[in-house]
Design a protein around this ligand. Structure first.
Ligand SMILES: [Zn+2]
Length: 261
């Protein structure tokens, strides 16, 4: 009996002290899976992070599977930083799936941090330097989801009117489309984005990404409204187009059920 006890103790000792990568990995996935299930219970959003043959979206974006640790970090940011901005029911109704991936590329080969892929689904590249970027990307892509879930021609027309006939330059013709990481500005906190440059603000843009299209323009206004509301208000006092677009953004969001906190 004593021998058996010693044997079991020894076996347990070996098991717990030999923390091989495999055991850690298994433990991590246990935590990750149960966290994902718990979050889905509350917010109804599904999290997908296992891919047998990599990830390809309907729109042709591609990515590979990320590490368990990085996927877990995204879930933590979703729970602790992203969800407090919205009512539970709003997220339940709008955001169906979050694909958590790595090495995400747009259909044209450009490396991107996130993408909105229709049907209330988004993908986020989990290989980012810090939690700020996760939050920024989750919000940005979610604004695209909201925008397409509640497409409004009136809103489009009012936004165009505020722009005074400006034509967007498209996705291929911006400086940020060709920069190494897709975003040339690195001054907004540690998020890797840059908001509020004079020359852009005077044209009515929050950051250069907004010059690409109406949907990016809208999303960048929402970013500022959520992440730097005081700065946006300040800019709106100085730049008439910013003032109009800020107000349109606020009115639109509240009309679709976003309670600005
Ligand atoms: Zn976007």
């Amino acid at each position: 009996m004593r021998h058996i006890t010693i044997f079991i103790s020894l076996a347990l000792f070996i098991l717990t002290s030999s923390q091989t990568g495999c055991v850690k990995e298994e433990e991590c996935y246990e935590h990750l899976d149960s966290k994902a299930v718990a979050l889905t219970d509350v917010w109804n959003t599904q999290f997908i992070y296992s891919f047998d043959n990599g990830f390809t979206s309907h729109g042709g974006s591609t990515a590979s599977e990320t590490t368990c640790e990085d996927a877990y970090k995204v879930l933590e940011v979703f729970e602790n930083a992203f969800t407090p901005y919205f009512d539970i029911d709003f997220i339940r109704n709008e955001l169906n799936k979050v694909f958590i991936v790595e090495d995400l590329h747009w259909y044209n080969g450009q490396k991107i941090k996130g993408v909105s892929i229709g049907d209330g689904e988004i993908a986020i590249d989990a290989n980012q330097p810090n939690a700020n970027v996760y939050l920024f990307v989750l919000l940005h892509e979610f604004f695209h989801v909201i925008h397409s879930n509640h497409w409004s021609l009136d809103f489009r027309i009012n936004w165009s009117d505020a722009m005074g006939g400006y034509h967007y330059i498209g996705y291929e013709n911006t400086a940020s489309a060709t920069s190494e990481n897709g975003y040339p500005c690195h001054e907004f906190g540690e998020s890797g984005y840059c908001l509020g440059e004079e020359d852009l603000l005077s044209k009515g843009f929050i950051r250069d990404h907004g010059e690409r299209s109406f949907r990016e323009d809208f999303a960048t206004y929402c970013e500022a409204l959520f992440l730097m509301p005081e700065a946006l208000e300040e800019w709106s006092l100085k730049y008439p187009i910013v003032k109009q677009k800020r107000q349109l953004c606020i009115d639109y969001l509240s009309s679709v059920g976003v309670v600005l906190k």
